[in-house]
Design a protein around this ligand. Structure first.
Ligand code: PRX
Length: 630
């Protein structure tokens, strides 16, 4: 057996011994008494009896040894600003934010919704919440008022932290009007709103409810806010993600398990050491931002870089200039970003010295071979694909280079990570596929390892029914991805089994987009499918039946309605969810029993063979689609 194979086997066969050792990577106020309580499957309780604090492990812990080292560097090419915070400065800022939140009434167990651009204050707010035992719920700044409202309603936050505006490609995107609209739409009204004024967009502060961060911060320059020691199982945060149904799920994470899982991943997967420099190009609104912009690198005592801006502005060399300037050792991005850079002049990359980089990790969507090959040649460092989900918080499949250097196989995110008992399951009968190269559902035998979701926020039944009961006859966690595994244990991911699509690494539910489109007064019915795209991986494409189609024979009328529908999605969900095209048809392809033939629709939209159509009600329906997409 190889070193990694042994390591993996121990994690599965002797999880108590394995995870007790990993628990030693973090600091506990009270050490755990039991490694895992799985007496009530599928609910796993990790490190029972232990008390700790996520902020302590990310910040305070390092003060003794590296107070002066840079902890967080916030770079914005949108506002042309760059600011570095040492661990001591970060500690001070987080306490100020924690004191302000406490002043606004936030207590242990309360939720705080964070709707922010990529600025340092967003990280202060996250760390401040977990410092006082409050749960943050970060909502991606690209989401619009409808998405924000449904999350406010579900999380019921006591306070919201936001900013006047974000900025994208030099264009200011005001946040405050979207936030005001979302609060108006939501049944739950947060008692307090804390606004960071960047001076980008004018803001109206609502008396009593809205507060200015700079003014309140002044009152707490030297306030000491100790870390609240919480049970290992105390929730640290919720993060919403899309699934099959329209309503996003609040993925709830614990404290002790998550802290241990991240510390372990920094060591075994990223082979990172204190003092190294981590640059993840994601956004704090996504899980990668939580685990690998904010918490993971800080827990490991690294410097983390937070970047606001495009990869191509002021030019396509901007990321590499950051790598050179800050001597970045670990970089994390998404395949779409690499595909964007691949279209630019390679001279931009050659301009900079990127020798400090040990590897580039890519995740969030399938990494195609040509993209992997191009960036591998350009950087001359290992390109490491890694596959995981919002639900798991850290990689399920990748290469654990900190345990044993292994060769990348382009097209594969690699092997099952320690702690994950990954199986491929035959969907029809629930049986495990053990022979190599067979296609099945990627599933994980419980308990899920530390760091993974505890439950769906306030909905245990949804957690069990959605994730653990989708495969007939057995209680096993489904990732809702198809996969195969070769004889050497390398896996390949072959797309989702459900209606989730992946646009430029952003996970979106087609049902959510359909609901938004269907609320347009002239839309009777709509189907949204993900269609392969050479740049973004997938794009959303909508096929709609208009209530009044009389004018739609004219192109101008069609374009007008298409534009209205797109605007509607922009304003309700955000531009990330906007379909690339809205085609109008007279009927949608359905079975005789009225079930929408999504797979067939998607196949035709991708110009593939739709397969068996014997159950289809009206064959002309697909012909229309064929004619439209050309
Ligand atoms: O379908 C898989 C795809 O993205 C989904 C999870 O998205 P999200 O919750 O946003 O978490 C992203 C964490 C990196 C998965 O169910 N996916 C993620 N990584 C990969 C991937 N598909 C193929 N290859 C990957 N490396």
């Amino acid at each position: 057996m190889t070193a990694y194979a042994d390591f993996y086997r121990q994690s599965i066969d002797q999880p108590d011994i394995f995870w007790r050792e990993q628990a030693g990577l973090i600091e506990w106020k009270t050490p755990p008494q039991q490694v895992c309580d799985y007496s009530n499957p599928p609910f796993a309780k990790w490190f029972v009896g232990g008390t700790t604090n996520l902020c302590h492990n990310a910040v305070d812990r390092h003060l003794a040894t590296r107070a002066g080292q840079s902890a967080l560097v916030a770079i914005s090419t949108e506002t042309d600003t760059e600011r570095s915070y040492s661990f001591a400065e970060l500690h001070a800022e987080v306490q100020r934010m924690a004191a302000v939140l406490q002043g606004l009434g936030v207590k242990k167990g309360d939720r705080v919704l964070i709707y922010m651009p990529m600025i340092a204050e967003a990280a202060f707010a996250m760390l401040a919440c977990v410092r006082i035992g409050a749960l943050h719920s970060v909502v991606f700044g690209g989401f619009a008022s409808g998405s924000l409202a449904s999350r406010i309603e579900d999380a019921e936050p006591v306070a919201v932290v936001s900013a006047d505006a974000g900025s994208r490609g030099g264009k200011v995107v005001p946040y405050k009007p979207l936030l005001d609209e979302a609060i108006a739409l939501s049944k739950h009204k947060p008692a307090a709103v804390l606004m960071i004024n960047r001076g980008l967009a004018p803001m109206h502060l609502q008396p009593r409810r809205d507060h200015d961060w700079a003014a309140l911060r002044e009152q707490h320059l030297n306030t000491v806010v100790p870390c609240e020691w919480v049970e290992s199982t105390h929730p640290s945060y919720t993060l919403y993600t899309s699934g099959t149904t329209g309503k996003p799920k609040g993925v709830q994470r614990d404290t002790g398990g998550y802290t241990v899982a991240l510390a372990a991943s920094m060591k075994h997967i990223f082979d990172a050491k204190a003092g190294d420099v981590y640059f993840a190009t994601s956004d704090i609104g996504w899980v990668v931002g939580h685990s690998y912009i904010v918490y993971g690198p800080l827990i490991a005592g690294m410097t983390t870089i937070m970047y606001e801006g495009l990869p191509t502005r002021p030019d396509a060399g901007v990321w590499w200039s950051i790598v050179e300037k800050y001597q970045v050792t670990h970089m994390f991005s998404a395949p779409t970003a690499v595909r964007v850079l691949k279209k630019q002049d390679p001279a931009y990359l050659a301009k900079y010295n990127v020798k400090s980089l040990k590897a580039l990790w890519l995740a969030g969507e399938p990494l195609d071979e040509p993209t992997a090959q191009w960036i591998s040649d350009a950087l001359s460092v290992p390109i490491i694909d890694n596959y995981w989900q919002t639900e798991t918080g850290w990689p399920i499949l990748t290469l654990a280079n900190g345990v044993q250097q292994q060769t990348t196989r382009f097209g594969s995110p690699g092997k099952a990570m320690y702690g994950y008992h990954v199986k491929l399951i035959d969907e029809s009968n629930g049986e495990e596929l053990t022979a190599p190269n067979q296609k099945g559902v990627v599933a994980i035998e419980g308990p899920l390892p530390p760091g993974c979701m505890q439950t769906v926020w306030r909905d245990d039944a949804r957690f069990v029914n959605t994730y653990w009961k989708s495969i007939p006859g057995r209680l096993i966690y489904s990732t809702f991805d198809w996969g195969i595994r070769d004889a050497d244990g390398y896996h390949f991911i072959l797309g989702r089994t459900d209606d989730v699509i992946n646009v430029a690494g952003h996970r979106l539910g087609t049902r959510e987009i359909e609901e938004s489109i269907a609320s347009h007064p002239n839309i009777a019915e709509v189907a949204v499918v993900g269609v392969a795209d050479s740049l973004k991986g997938q794009v959303a494409m909508a096929f709609a039946v208009a209530r009044d189609a009389s004018g739609l024979t004219h192109e101008a009328a069609r374009l007008k309605l298409e534009g209205e529908v797109m605007k509607q999605v922009d304003s309700q969900l955000g531009a990330v969810a906007r379909p690339s095209r809205v085609y109008f048809v007279s009927v949608l392809p359905k079975t005789r029993s009225g079930k929408l033939l999504r797979r067939a629709l998607q196949a035709v939209a991708e110009r593939r063979d739709p397969g068996d159509l014997t159950t289809m009600e009206d064959p002309a329906a697909l012909q229309q689609v064929k004619d439209l997409v050309g």
